[in-house]
Structure formats: C-alpha cells, structure tokens
Design a binder for this molecule. Structure first.
Ligand code: TRP
Ligand code: ZN
Length: 866
C-alpha cells in the first residue's frame, strides 16, 4: 500500500502543456461483442509546429488488449513501442515526417466492466461513458479535452439499434456509420447499441434546420418518455430565445440506461441519461422527479454550446462548462416555473451540499489547481458554486453587460477549448470592468462569513460590514473578495424607503451610509441570496417576523422565516426553554395567507433539516449532538401542529388537487403545501391522514409523501408490502422503496434497517441507483448515520469497500458522507475516523477512494496543511 501511495501522481494546473501533435480526424470501427469487442482506430495527425521528433504518448491502460499498431499502413516495430499501466508511447524516431495516420486495433471486454466508465453493458445495452477519462478504456488516444477532431464511426453488430455522435450516414442490418462534423474531444464520444425503441419528435430551428429528435428507451418504457421529449423541445426553444443558440446537427438522440454513475452526459448529439432522469409517469414519478427531468434534459442540451462547441482546455477548467451550464439550467427552470421557488430551492441545495463541502476537509475552489483523480472534482463547488459565481458576475455587470459578454464568448471561443481566464476576459472586454479581484471566487476555496452591524443616528443608517473566510486545506490565508450585497430598506409600515441596490464590498471591512431617512428602517440584506456567503447579523424574532411579513423579496422573506425556525431549533437543541411564540404566530399567518404561492408557503413550513442545524451549531463553535437535534426538531414540529391544528386541517382539505395529474408548477405547488401540512398533522393525528392518503393517492408524489410519514411513525408495514407487490418489476420505484425506509426511519433503527434491506435479493448493489438509494438514504438520516454507537459509520464503510473494486467512482463519491466527521464529539469522531482508516488500509483501494479518504483523514491532523 505504501508503495502505491508513493507512486501516486498528482496533476497540477501549473504543469499544463499543449499536446505536441495536431489531430484532424478520428475514424473508429467498432465490432460489438459482449466479451470481445474489437476497436480499430485511425487517427490523422501531425507533429505540432516546433514539436517535430517528439514521442507520441497515448492514454490507454492494461484493459486494452493491443493487437496491432501501424503508421501510414506499415506495422510499427515493437522496439519503438513502450507500454506502462496508463500509456502507450511510440518513439518519435519512428514517426513519419509531416502528416500521418496512426492505426491501432484493440480488444476490450465490456461485459466484465462494472465501473460504468468506458464501454460497458447496462441491461444488455452497450453504452459508453467517456467523461472525464473513459475514452482511454476504449482505445489508445490523447484523452484530454484540448485535443479535438471530427469523428467517423462505423459500428458492426447484430443489434437492432446502433447509435453514435453526429449525423447518420449509413444504416443497414448489422451496420451503421456516423459522422460528427464538429471537432470534439474524446470525452464527448459516445456509442449505444442494443434493443431500444424511439419516442420520436421534431424540431425546426429558427434558421430552418429540421432536427429529428428521439428519446430511446427499452421496449415497454415508451409511455414514460413523453415528458422528457417535451422538455427537450422547450430547452431548444429557450436556448434560441434567451441565448440565441441554435442546434447544429440533423438529429438529437437521448438514450436512457439503468446503470449510470451520474445524472446524465452531454455527448455530442447523443446524450446518455440515467433512466431516472428520463422515465416518468404519474404513477411512478414524483413532482420533484418531473422537475429534475426537465432541468437535466435542459442542462445536457445547453451543454451543446456551453461545453461542446466551447469546451475546456483541461479538467481544472471544469466549472467553465459546468458552472455556466448549471447557471443556464437554473435560469430555464425559473423562466418555466416559479423564479422565487427555484431560487430558494437552489440556495437550499447550495447550503446543504456546497457550504458543507467548503467547511470540511474536502474544500476546494471552483477552479482547483491540483487533483489526483479528476472524477472526485465533479462536486457541488464546481457545479453549484460555479453557477453562483456567474450570478454575481451578472449582478456586477448588469443584464445587458452579461448578454454582451456571452455573445462575445460564443463569438470568440466557438470551436475552442477555453479557460476561466478566457471567460473573465470576455466580461472585461465587453464591459470594461476589471475582474482581477473577482477572480478570487474561482481560485479561493471557502465560504466567506459576512458580518453586518447597524448603527442608527439622526436619520442616518450606517452598515458596517466585515468579511472573513476561514482557512481551507492548502489555503491558510484568504484575501478579501468582491461581495455583492443586494439590499433593501423597509420602513415601519412595510414600504421600501429607498430604491433597492447592490452594494459592492471589496475590502475586508467596509461601511455604507444611508442619509436622510425619516425613520429607522429594517434592513433586508443579501436579497435573492446575492452572494454565496454566510451572513451574520444580530436580529430578534420580532424583526425576523417583520421581514417574513413585509419583505418584497421572496427569498429574503423565506430566509427570515427560516431564521425564525432555526433560532427556535437552536434553543431547543441546547436545552433552553421553548420560546416559540413568534414562530407560531408567523406560521399561522403563513398558513392563512391564501394570496401567496402555495409552493412558497410549503417552503416556509418546512423546518430546517437536522444536518442544517448541526452545521449551524458547528459554525458557531458548538459541538452538535445529533440525537438532541433530532428530538428538538420532532418536538418543535409537534408544538407547531398543536398550535395550528384547525388551520392545518382546513388547509389539508383545501389543497387537494382534483382532476387528472399534471406535473406543472401550480399543481405541484398545491401538492407540496398539502404534504408539508400533512407532515405537521401527522405529529398529532396518529398517522390517520397519511394512511388514508397512501391508500387513495393516484400519483407517486402523494404516495411517497404519505409513505415517508408512515415510515417515520413506524406504521409503514402494509404500505411497503403493497408498494412492493405493485412495483417489484419497476427499478425506479423500488429505488424509492429502498431509500425511504432508511431515510425516514427512526434514527436508532436506521443502520439495522439498512442492513436488513441490504440482505434482500432485490438489493442489486452493483446498480448505482440502487446502491445510492440505500446508502444515500442512510447518509440522509442524520442522527441515524451519526449514531453514537458507530453502527451507521461501520455499515456504510463495509459497503464502500465492497463497491470500490467494482465501481470506484461511486464508492469515492459516496464516501463524502463522512466529510463532516470533524465537527462531532470525541466518541463519534473516533468511530468515523476508524471507519475511514479501515477503508484507507484496504488492499487494492482505487485511486478515487484513496484520494477521498486521505483528504478526509488529514482533517484530523492538528496542523492541517492540506
Ligand atoms: N458532464 C456531465 C454533466 O454534468 C457529468 C457526468 C456525467 C459525469 N457522467 C459522468 C462526470 C461521469 C464524471 C463521470 O452534465
Ligand atoms: Zn453538466
């Protein structure tokens, strides 16, 4: 193990060098067979100017059974070839002068590939996943994003459907030929082959190109693919209208597969999706599933411009495409649904995942400068914080400046592999704004803590701000950043006293003054969550309640309610006497406010989660006690229900949605409010309503809502059996069945229940969705995962160690459940650290997991140097 650890290679941004060869076309000829697929590659290339004589180094590991290498048709003498674990090198001396063609032939074994990377089989369907470095498991190639070529692909195999990137050239039984005219890096390559059926559609671009759309699914799943297709059409329309971006091929194919490491993948013209993000029917998918399908279809489609036409120079620039594409899919959802609801949901996700990452041992900047395994950097920081940073840029340069900068970006960099420097340069050039300091958001890790103090004297309000970013691994000192603080001043009668504005903070300490005010205003700060920071300010419950009632910014209103509930929870979790009057009154107003969007009211009714409370305590320097937090939250929910029983019961009846199920925002909003209300009522009605709803519900949203409550109450036996009987053959529904039993379980039982479920034949653990359902369910049960006896940590570690050899990406990604370990008490810390060390000591542990557990263990060192 030590030897392996020492031979570990770290990749550094500072070491970037252009590839010494220029590639123009790649021809692949793939003969598909489950355990012996033949891949013949022909690559046209030439040494880059000034690089004549350089060795030709191709990525490709031991899994490639090399049969043949030729240059311009002549076999290469073996003395000119060198192989190691990760590369094939052809000596520069053997290379022809001028342009040449390299031909290779390799044999690979897709059936033995359980990693969901490279070429593999999912339910009998051949499919590929090449991002980030999967292409090297298919053939020898310069597998890096700045090497771009056109592709011609010939596929052979006795399979009904043969798909690859680009446009179809030839289709006949057993053979298909595809041509992708847009130069692309290897990570965007894809092929799919097998027994699939298409749900077809059409789209005409605004310049008149006719595009054939297809959503490919397994026979029998066609009736669940319609929503995905509709979402694709909406995405294509939106990108034309809002960004002026048109589609650029004759076909756009989407394929749903059951075994997939992430959500979906933007391969050029051939997006491959986790089936849970394609297949939906009212009986099998929830409102949340529908919303996610719409957003991810859009995300992958939007990548065609932000990712494919303009790609990344190297993987350090990942947020160039991911942050921007998340930003774009967030805009899309706000335009189609409710902007206010979407913003609140996004902030909740950011705090739950990215702030958590930033505050723990895995903290890294949106653009990291070193990695061991790039797959470990597809993170909330790169994706979600990457999107937040763009939101701030937009606030700084205005909507028009943003539009001009984006037009310049597409103009200047189309067809290129670009960097964050390029991205910032288009903003500087389009708007004249100096972004030198702003760039720190990309290069510095950590969540700034922004303190605000108010001083009022004789009609003048002074706001004193101070920013401080705690050290993160490898970055002890954090210079001040540009922080955009959207601000409103609200008078005693609830009216805005001054036009809303955005303060630009650039110093560590900075004051802003507002003069000539008739009365002391209530300050609404960080409206719309204008910067990804933690805002600390002294505020009493009365002021919070005032903002909740009067703020014109829906995010700020929600935030005020959240703070009210958080304050009550913090008091309860620390054993202080309950003091809920302000919260109870505010909740009452919310319940009675028939004018407000039911979705917003639902968001306001949800109490902060246990993990969120633990994070708050930890950032206040208090060691969180998961059991006390759980008890405090349960208690508070019961007191709220008791206080508002009549209002809640009435609302529960009124929010029932009749008529056929529609997944649109208005209906989903009513269901979400109804389920939030049911959650509270279940604390005092013995579960009667949840049982009745589970039996009567005609859609999965209400069924799952009711089921989750029944699991919490320990009353779910019959419901779970009914669901299993009805849906045993539906993987996606059974994933929900697994996860809810662990996620909503009483914490003391969670690990035992997880263990029992893992012993069932239906626990097909190699399927990433099934594994995530069970393990992710446990990780989401805060007090269950962090059980004081260590049962959660141990069970979880056992399964990570089982998964790692089969699918390192999934094992490494799921290991982040432990990332908060340093914040808990001695006993829990010792248990968690023991689990991490056991994983670290495992024979043959993957590079993926090794890097993750090493970073997490390092947090225990007294002087952390990263
Ligand atoms: N580029 C994909 C997206 O965000 C992410 C992705 C899909 C991915 N599959 C992957 C990343 C496998 C790493 C490994 O849209
Ligand atoms: Zn993406």
């Amino acid at each position: 193990m030590t030897a392996r650890a020492e031979s570990r290679t770290v990749t550094l941004l500072a070491d970037y060098r252009p590839y010494p060869f220029r590639l123009t076309e790649t021809r692949l000829d793939v003969t598909l067979s489950p355990d012996a697929t033949l891949v013949r590659a022909g690559i046209d290339m030439a040494a880059a100017p000034g690089a004549a004589g350089a060795d030709l180094v191709l990525d490709g590991g031991k899994g490639l059974d090399l049969r043949h290498v030729a240059l311009n048709g002549a076999p290469v003498d073996p003395t000119h070839l060198r192989r190691d674990d990760e590369t094939l090198t052809i000596a520069g001396a053997a290379l022809p002068v001028g342009p040449f063609t390299l031909e290779t032939e390799v044999r690979i074994d897709p059936a033995a590939n359980t990693s969901c990377e490279g070429l593999y089989l999912s339910g009998g369907i051949f499919c590929t996943q090449c991002e980030a470095e999967g292409f090297r498991h298919i053939t020898f190639y310069p597998d890096r994003p700045d090497v771009m070529t056109t592709f011609r692909v010939t596929m052979r195999g006795d399979l009904p459907v043969l798909l690859s990137n680009g446009n179809p050239i030839r289709q006949e039984p057993g053979l298909a030929e595809w041509h992708d005219p847009w130069p692309k890096p290897s990570y965007l390559f894809a092929l799919v082959a097998g027994d699939l059926v298409a749900v077809p559609g059409r789209f005409t671009t605004r310049s008149g190109r006719e595009v054939a759309l297809n959503v490919w699914v397994r026979p029998g799943d066609q009736d669940r693919a319609g929503f995905a297709l509709e979402s694709l059409v909406k995405s294509m329309e939106w990108d034309e209208q809002v960004y002026g971006r048109e589609y650029d091929l004759d076909v756009f194919n989407i394929v749903a597969v059951d075994d997939f490491n992430m959500g979906a993948m933007e391969n050029k013209g051939l997006n491959i999706f986790n089936s849970k993000l394609v297949l939906a029917s009212p009986e099998t998918a929830t409102d949340t599933d529908y919303e996610r399908i719409e957003a991810v279809i859009a995300h992958e489609y939007f990548h065609n411009w932000t990712g494919n036409r303009i790609t990344c120079r190297d993987w350090f620039q990942l947020c160039l495409k991911e942050g921007l594409t998340v930003y774009r899919d967030q805009q899309f959802t706000s335009d189609l649904r409710s902007a206010a609801v979407k913003r609140i949901e996004d902030v909740q996700t950011l705090r739950a995942r990215q702030f958590r990452e930033d505050q723990g041992p895995l903290a890294h900047p949106p653009r990291p400068d070193r990695y061991e395994e790039i797959n470990n950097f597809y993170t909330a920081t790169v994706y979600e914080k990457g999107a937040e940073v763009i939101g701030m840029l937009r606030l700084l340069v205005g909507d028009e400046g943003y539009a001009r900068a984006l037009d310049l970006y597409f103009d200047r960099h189309d067809g290129q592999a670009a960097t964050i420097e390029d991205w910032l340069a288009v903003f500087q050039d389009a708007t004249g704004r100096d972004l030198t300091q702003f760039k720190r958001w990309y290069t510095d890790a950590g969540t700034p803590i922004l303190t605000m103090q108010e001083h009022w004297q004789d009609g003048t309000l002074t706001l004193d701000f101070a920013q401080e970013t705690p050290p993160t691994p490898g970055q002890p000192d954090k210079p001040a950043r540009v922080i955009t603080v959207a601000l409103g001043l609200i008078g005693p009668d609830g009216a805005e006293l001054a036009p809303a504005r955005v303060l630009e903070m650039t110093e560590a300490r900075q004051s802003f003054t507002f003069e000539g005010l008739a009365a002391r205003p209530v300050v609404s700060a960080l409206r719309g969550f204008s910067a990804p920071v933690i805002l600390r300010r002294q505020m009493d419950d009365a002021t919070r309640a005032f903002l909740l009632a009067h703020d014109s910014d829906p995010f700020a209103r929600w935030e005020a309610g959240r703070e009210l509930a958080m304050a009550a929870l913090l008091r309860a979790a620390s054993g202080a006497p309950a003091e809920d009057a302000a919260l109870i009154e505010a909740m009452g107003r919310m319940l009675a406010d028939e004018g407000a969007d039911p979705a917003l009211r639902a968001l306001c009714l949800h109490l902060p989660g246990e993990e969120e409370v633990a994070a708050r305590l930890a950032s206040d320097g208090i060691t969180p006690d998961p059991d006390a937090i759980h008890a405090a939250r349960e208690d508070l929910a019961r007191r709220l229900a008791q206080a508002h029983e009549v209002l809640l019961a009435g609302l529960y009846e009124r929010m029932a949605v009749d008529g056929p199920y529609r997944p649109d925002a208005p209906d989903a909003a009513r269901r979400s409010l109804r389920l939030a209300v049911l959650g509270l009522l279940s604390r005092i009605d013995g579960g009667a309503r949840a049982r009745a709803l589970f039996d009567a519900a005609g859609n999965m949203t209400e069924r799952m809502g009711a089921l989750s409550i029944l699991v919490r109450l320990g009353q779910a036996g019959a419901a779970l059996r009914a669901m299993e009987a009805q849906f045993a053959a539906n993987r996606l529904v059974m994933d929900k069945w697994f996860s809810v039993q662990v996620m909503a379980a009483p914490p003391a039982d969670a690990a035992r229940i997880a263990r029992d479920l893992a012993a069932l034949p239906a626990f097909d653990w190699r399927n990433p969705n099934r594994f995530r359902a069970l393990l992710g369910g446990l990780a989401a049960n805060h007090a269950g995962f962090h059980a004081a006896d260590g049962s959660g940590y141990r069970f979880y570690a056992d399964w990570l160690m089982r998964m790692d050899p089969a699918n390192p990406q999934i094992a490494a990604r799921m290991s982040t459940a432990y990332e908060t370990w340093p914040r808990y008490d001695e006993g829990r810390r010792a248990q968690a650290l023991a689990a991490l060390k056991e994983i670290a000591a495992m024979e043959g542990l993957s590079r993926n997991s090794r890097e993750m557990v090493a970073r997490m263990i390092a947090a225990g060192r007294p002087q952390d140097e990263g």
